[in-house]
Design a protein around this ligand. Structure first.
Ligand SMILES: *Cc1c(COP(=O)(O)O)cnc(C)c1O
Length: 388
């Protein structure tokens, strides 16, 4: 069967090769610990599960999701309230919010809604691999905007040539940043709005880690700066703050024209999120924020533990203040892949190679803090044994 050419440009999803090696090692009885994927092991809080169970018994919820394609109005109101309380952002639930099947879905639909074939679309490098993939799926061309440690992993907008900026239709970025853990500031978001206005670029700020910040870092929405709604949208998700990655519920917010365009795409692709999952989402947003504090405590301890272990073997590293990832330079300038392969072969620990997030990710590895304390301790002990 001949499949579509647009798929040919998409690199294999991270670790396809490694996945085979891992499967083989596990089949041979090796206890492999993966620190490569960001997916919390702690369960979804019980009240959220209870709400799902309760609402799943109600026959009306078995039909296609009600209200409109934008999601239940009640869900959008809960999002609006959450954004007002957590980020001081005002959103009109009727026009400026749409429910999504996770923010990853929004990454795709934004491209479908805004980007034409042959367009140039900016994305950060390193960057979340779904940006590049969806730029290709839209038939467009990605342009890598480097985010470097010397600039606190923020793009230097003035370094983007005006030719490229004029050509660009859209820009994908994400702070607190996966993979680097970097956080942005209001000052940066203001510059971004200016830049987007100057060159007429639609911004897709993907913000699923808005709640995962440390050391009293301010929780920040791109939409909290003036003019942001004129130039773009923000994606967010219940996946990370509420340990709900498997539930598939998120939201896009901001520019009403882009939200309407995404709604038009969605009408023709899916029929929305299961009502019971939306009710569970409302429960999470309205009354489970203490889960976020609980998880932040857990991640903070794990961060400290990993950093202390690395320091104890002379691998000095100071993490930025966001996300549950640690983006760590390899030892002795080794390549990401060589270093990750060595850790896998000698310690049976899987880490993500920085180069799989783009060429400016070369020289780093990414460790996720979403495994249990016990597994993380075991993994770090093994790494220590190999490196000391
Ligand atoms: C985890 C993640 C997502 C996906 O979130 P879902 O809401 O579960 O689809 C999107 N963007 C980034 C940067 C992520 O790390």
């Amino acid at each position: 069967m001949k499949t579509a050419k647009r798929l040919d440009n998409i690199p294999p999803y991270l670790f396809m090769e490694l996945r085979n090696k891992i499967a083989k090692a596990r089949a041979d009885g090796t206890d492999v610990i993966s620190l490569a994927i960001g997916d919390p092991v702690e369960p979804t809080p019980k009240p959220i599960i209870d709400e799902l169970c309760k609402t799943a018994y109600i026959p009306e919820n078995h039909c296609y999701p009600t209200d409109e394609e934008k999601g239940m109005f009640k869900f959008r109101e809960a999002v609006s309230k959450w954004y007002r309380e957590r980020y001081q952002v005002k959103l009109d639930p009727a026009k400026e919010i749409i429910a999504l099947i996770g923010s990853k879905e929004g990454v795709h639909h934004f491209a479908m809604a805004v980007v034409d074939p042959q367009d140039t679309v900016l994305m950060t490098d390193p960057g979340y691999p779904a940006y590049r993939a969806n730029i290709f799926l839209a038939g467009a061309k990605p342009y890598n905007v480097p985010i470097l440690e010397q600039n606190n992993f923020l793009p230097v907008l003035s370094d983007i040539s005006s030719d490229i900026a004029r050509e660009a239709k859209a820009f994908y970025l994400n702070y607190p940043n996966n993979p680097t853990g970097a956080v942005a500031s209001k000052k940066f978001f203001r510059e971004l709005v200016e830049f987007a206005k100057t060159y007429d670029i639609a911004i897709c700020h993907d913000n699923p880690y808005s709640e995962i910040v440390f050391n009293k870092q301010e929780r920040l929405s791109f939409l909290s700066v003036e003019g942001a709604k004129d130039v773009g949208i923000e994606l967010n998700s219940l996946s990370k703050p509420y340990n709900m990655t498997g539930w598939r519920i998120g939201m896009a917010m901001g520019n009403p024209d882009i939200i309407a365009a995404i709604s038009k795409v969605k009408e023709n692709v899916d029929s929305g999120v299961f009502n019971a999952v939306q009710y569970a989402g409302i429960k999470a947003l309205e009354s489970e924020t203490q889960n976020i504090d609980k998880m932040l405590n857990i991640y903070e301890k794990r961060r400290g533990f990993v950093v202390d272990t690395l320091n104890s073997i002379g691998w000095v590293y100071i993490p930025p203040n966001g996300t549950f990832y640690l983006w760590i330079p390899t030892l002795n300038g080794e390549s990401s892949i060589d270093f990750a392969t060595m850790l896998f072969e000698k310690a049976s620990v899987v880490v993500a190679a920085g180069s799989s997030y783009g060429k400016y990710g070369e020289g780093y590895i990414r460790i996720s803090l979403t495994v249990s304390d016990k597994r993380l301790q075991e993994a770090m002990q093994r790494i220590k044994n190999v490196l000391k």
